[in-house]
Design a protein around this ligand. Structure first.
Ligand SMILES: Nc1ncnc2c1ncn2[C@@H]1O[C@H](COP(=O)(O)OP(=O)(O)OP(=O)(O)O)[C@@H](O)[C@H]1O
Length: 307
């Protein structure tokens, strides 16, 4: 339903001597209707940039995005704007998505008020239904963001996003600031909405335990590339990077395992990008690595054999 083909994003920053940074480099990604996928990888590997390209929020430097067979990347701005409601991003900090001076009810109603297609009473009905659907009590409508808990506010943000009847929800570390039990509650709200509404869910996370628990397929990213992808990357990890993440997980509680940020060694972009950190590297790894089919999923490592 939503597909990115060979997506590339090069950012340019600085005016006098601009510096280019390739945040995403040739990523192919796909999500079906009602499917949940996870994108995992350390900070700065390009997860958010990839998601924003899929949503049409930022223009790719290269590659195409298709949504229900239509080429998003070829659309005029107006056409794209009308499709934007199909994609809703749930950010890490719910405070970013609501106005602190507005009641929760007003914030949830805002997208419908802007759309201008419903009467006040109709909007009220949708807001009430949506607030109940995410498991919040009606009394929260009259409260301000500082008068609710982080988990409640995040559920209100989900309710707000749902008023626009999106097809795809992208959760960008949406639960990472919450306690584990609250995190589970918010995720179960998303899961229920997915089941009930046939939503597709993209979970961007540092939390391997979360990805493992909720996603049908996982994309592991490293330095702008997908290094491994499949339904069983946790059960049958092939890439040395994925294996190192999972080994780190063994030393801690699975629920608490987050990926630490690490510097990508400079000058290693010709061959395998993991070369500088890989304990299994060979001379062959200095060559550009392709993402290839292997043992039921895809891996970008020349040293992995079919078995
Ligand atoms: N607007 C921008 N201009 C220049 N560089 C950017 C811009 N946005 C992101 N980057 C850089 O692109 C790279 C990828 O960023 P991105 O936010 O996509 O990573 P991420 O994997 O989502 O990280 P995190 O988990 O920390 O949110 C980073 O090195 C970041 O500094």
């Amino acid at each position: 339903m939503l597909k990115g083909e060979n997506l590339i994003k090069v950012y340019s920053s600085g005016i006098i001597s601009p510096v280019e940074k390739t945040a995403v480099d040739g990523v192919n990604i796909e999500i079906g209707e009602g499917e949940t996928i996870a994108i995992v990888g350390e900070s700065g590997c390009g997860k958010t940039t990839l998601a924003k390209m899929l949503m049409g929020q930022i223009e790719p430097t290269g590659g195409e995005v298709y949504f229900s067979g239509r080429k998003l990347t070829a659309m005029k701005r107006r056409e794209l704007r009308s499709l934007r409601t199909s994609f809703q991003l749930i950010p890490q900090h719910p405070d970013d998505a609501v106005d602190p001076r507005w009641t929760i009810g007003r914030s949830v109603a805002e997208p419908l008020a802007i759309a201008g297609k419903m009467s006040r009473e109709e909007i009220e009905d949708v807001v009430d239904g949506q607030i109940a659907e995410v498991g919040l009590g009606g009394e929260l409508k009259e409260r301000y963001p500082h008068q609710v808990s982080g988990g409640e506010l995040q559920r209100a943000v989900i309710a707000r996003a749902m008023t626009l009847e999106p097809k795809v929800i992208i959760s960008d570390e949406a639960t990472s600031m919450l306690d584990v039990s609250v995190q589970a509650h918010v995720m179960s709200v998303l899961k229920n909405l997915r089941e009930k509404r046939g939503l597709s869910l993209i979970i961007i996370t540092h939390d391997l335990g979360l990805a493992r628990a909720v996603a049908k397929r996982t994309y592991v990213m490293f330095a702008g590339e997908v290094v491994e992808e499949g339904a069983d990357v946790f059960e049958n990890p092939l890439h040395p990077y994925t294996r190192s993440l999972l080994e780190a997980m063994e030393y801690s509680d699975i629920e608490d395992t987050v990926i630490e940020e690490c510097e990508v060694p400079a000058g290693e972009h010709v061959g395998c990008r993991y070369y500088g950190r890989c304990s299994e590297r060979t001379d062959e790894c200095r060559k550009k690595q392709a993402l290839r089919d292997c043992n039921g999923h895809k891996v970008r490592c020349i040293n992995v054999d079919e078995h």
